[in-house]
Design a protein around this ligand. Structure first.
Ligand code: KG4
Ligand code: ZN
Length: 413
């Protein structure tokens, strides 16, 4: 089944064509980073306008790169929330109109569900294209998933019911590569009344939310600290790279304490602790100088930026990053222990963080749990993850009707 995925919940306009939820034919992401960088964060009105300009060309590019015509697509999957309402509406209205005009099924996908499916998609691709002798482990269910991005920091217990390998078996493997589904089989998927000859059932996923942030998301804290110190936008990648030159033990921010649910998160206190260490000090003066310099610097490199940061600034951000990562890893492992699961998924923009990946790998080495990450390109917002998540819903017979609309807040689990 060829699914066209469309994602526009925040500041990336994205479209992708994915076969059977496991083979990416194209994954096009038009980033708006340059538009929002000067404001140090996403400006929603500007984001919607840019989505409007880009959505058509991005969908065209996704089909072109996949080598298919939009008429070849079997179904459309679109992010229905959560996110910026104006941004979501652009993708959603486009997807609805497209599905209607093509007379193809449409399904709405929760953005967080998309991030969870990015891990599965990555794993399925790695297993299919894996090198001989290098076995790629298959994740087990239920698992615990940490979705950690600029808008979210949540822990889920993810359950999968049905046969995970159903569609690969059903559509047949040609030389180990799943071929696009023949039309006859697609009909069988799309008509819930038709008798499915294969006794196995398609995989249905369900989600239980175990915890979430009570204030800032982890990525938001990275972005705000970077803004305070005039390090650029988005803050996560810059802090990640600069921190390699810093001493992460220089400032002891201590453990983040949570009353109530121990699987909830809170990063605003940590962000404020950084602010107190900067305000009225030499670090603030240095940040102001950097702010002035950035206004004229065309495309500063990491070395340029590093040259304008004192060791005290670099140590401070390295310590901040260490505190965030430690908290994310500890709470996720605690959730996995409590739930008694063997697989942990980590996804979302902050999953790109190199220290986070290192710390999870170390923790996995010590415990019986295995940790799965998507590649960097599938960790941040993209539409392949929406197409992959949508595929399983479509396969299970789910269809959106004309009432499908966008929701700024759309809980999962
Ligand atoms: O998933 P995403 O692309 O969009 C949202 O759904 O929010 O995540 C973007 C967030 C930003 O806050 C960005 O600073 C953060 O992910 N990020 C990182 C890194 N790369 C991106 N945070 C820490 N370290 C990174 N390497
Ligand atoms: Zn996201």
């Amino acid at each position: 089944m060829l699914v066209l995925g469309i994602e526009s919940s925040c500041d990336e306009t994205a479209a992708a064509v994915v076969v059977d939820g496991e083979r990416i034919l194209s994954n096009v992401v038009a980033s708006q980073v340059l538009t929002h960088a000067r404001y140090g964060g996403v400006v929603s009105e500007l984001a919607s306008r840019e989505h409007l300009r880009k959505i058509g060309p991005v969908v065209d590019a996704a089909c072109r790169e996949a080598g298919v015509s939009v008429n070849d697509v079997d179904a459309v999957a679109v992010t229905e929330g959560p996110g910026l309402i104006g941004s979501l509406l652009v993708g959603l209205v486009y997807a609805k109109a497209l599905a209607l005009s093509l007379e193809k099924p449409l399904v709405g996908v929760n953005h967080l569900e998309g991030h969870i499916h990015a891990v599965l998609l990555e794993n399925k691709m790695a297993r299919r294209t894996g090198k001989p002798g290098k076995q790629v482990e298959e994740p087990s269910f239920p698992n615990v998933t940490l979705v950690v991005s600029g808008g979210h920091t949540s822990l889920f217990r993810v359950e999968a019911e049905g046969d995970f390998g159903f569609w690969i078996l059903d559509f047949g493997l040609k030389n180990g590569i799943a071929s696009p589904s023949p039309k006859s089989k697609i009909e069988r998927v799309f008509n819930p009344k038709s008798k499915i000859q294969n006794p196995k059932s398609p995989c249905v996923f369900s989600y239980v939310r175990l915890g979430q942030t009570r204030d800032d998301a982890a990525g938001e804290a990275f972005d705000k600290v970077a803004k305070l110190l005039a390090l650029g936008y988005p803050g996560g990648p810059v802090i990640d790279q600069l921190s390699r030159f810093g001493n992460s033990r220089a400032v002891d921010f201590g453990h983040i304490k949570m009353k109530g649910n121990p699987l909830d998160f809170s990063f605003s206190g940590l962000k404020t602790a950084v602010l107190y260490r900067v305000r009225g000090t030499e670090l603030a003066r240095e940040a102001e100088e950097r702010r002035m310099w950035r206004q004229t610097a065309e495309h500063p490199t990491l070395d340029d930026l590093r040259g304008r940061c004192s060791q005290a600034t670099i140590d401070l951000i390295a310590s901040f990053q260490h505190a965030v990562v430690q908290d994310l890893v500890e709470r996720t492992l605690a959730a996995a222990d409590r739930e008694g699961v063997e697989s942990i998924f980590v996804s979302g923009g902050v999953a790109c963080n190199s220290l986070l990946r290192e710390r999870f790998a170390e923790a996995a080495g010590r415990s019986r749990q295995q940790v799965f990450f998507p590649s960097l390109g599938l960790s941040t917002d993209n539409a392949a993850m929406i197409a992959a998540a949508g595929f399983y819903k479509l396969a299970a017979g789910e269809r959106a009707d004309s009432n499908l609309t966008a929701h700024a807040s759309l809980p999962l689990g």
